[in-house]
Design a protein around this ligand. Structure first.
Ligand SMILES: [Zn+2]
Length: 241
């Protein structure tokens, strides 16, 4: 399996990052796609990806970060060919609609297209808006991460060939269960978003992917092995790892 969205540079992993990766390996998670959210975080993300070959860096400026770091972040992405995607980027309109997030989102989509790498999209309370912008900009390589938008907009995104990574909250959230059940198999990925999004509370880690894998297999009435295989093939074909 591949955990398609983590933040293992987080300080919560500073004491035992190697152990966490070993537990992941034991559980069958062979690689992680590790995203950053701001400039300082991007530097840390790149540092740990140099230490562990199973960590693949995705660099970007998240919509909830200081947007004046955009130029630095873009420069950093251009300088690092090891980066497998631009993210997480997007819109976060959970508390209010921030029009100011649109321009940095668009600029980073443009960059990803130029570099021919995927975008990893955070779209909290702005799922349809993100999908509309991606479509308008003709983005082709897209991963919608922990999508919380409408089912209708998701279906439209599937028609456009956008991948979705389903987080562990599928164990408790009906909206995620519907997505996990209905998404075309060739667009399904799995993620933990470690260290967050653990439905049990506390720190999340990639080894927990087995729980959502088993749950989704049950929902779709296929074997866990099938979910392992398709989600891994999908992650590899999107991120070219
Ligand atoms: Zn994230």
């Amino acid at each position: 399996m591949i955990d398609s969205h983590t933040h293992l540079q987080d300080d919560l992993f500073s004491e035992d990052r190697t152990q966490v990766l070993l537990r992941a390996k034991k559980a069958g998670v062979s690689a992680v796609i590790n995203a950053s959210v701001d400039f300082k975080d991007s530097i840390k993300c790149l540092e740990i990806s140099k230490l562990y070959e199973t960590i693949h860096p995705v660099i970007g400026l998240a919509p909830y970060s200081a947007l004046d770091e955009l130029n630095n972040t873009i420069q950093l992405i251009k300088e690092n060919p090891k980066i497998v995607g631009v993210g997480e980027i997007g819109l976060d309109w959970h508390f209010k609609k921030h029009e100011s997030q649109i321009e940095p989102f668009k600029k980073q989509i443009e960059l990803a297209k130029e570099l021919e790498i995927p975008v990893v999209v955070h779209s909290r309370s702005a799922g349809k808006h993100c999908i509309d912008i991606l479509e308008e900009m003709r983005a082709e390589k897209v991963l919608m991460h922990a999508y919380d938008g409408s089912f209708k907009a998701a279906k439209h995104a599937w028609d456009l060939g956008y991948y979705f990574s389903i987080p562990l909250t599928v164990l408790v959230k009906e909206q995620k269960q519907k997505l996990a059940k209905e998404i075309p198999e060739e667009l399904l990925l799995l993620e933990t978003d470690s260290p967050v999004l653990n439905p049990d509370g506390g720190r999340n880690e990639p080894a927990n992917l087995v729980k959502s894998r088993d749950f989704i297999a049950n929902l779709r009435e296929v074997s866990p092995k099938r979910i392992d295989q398709v989600s891994e093939i999908n992650a590899k074909s999107l991120f070219l790892i």
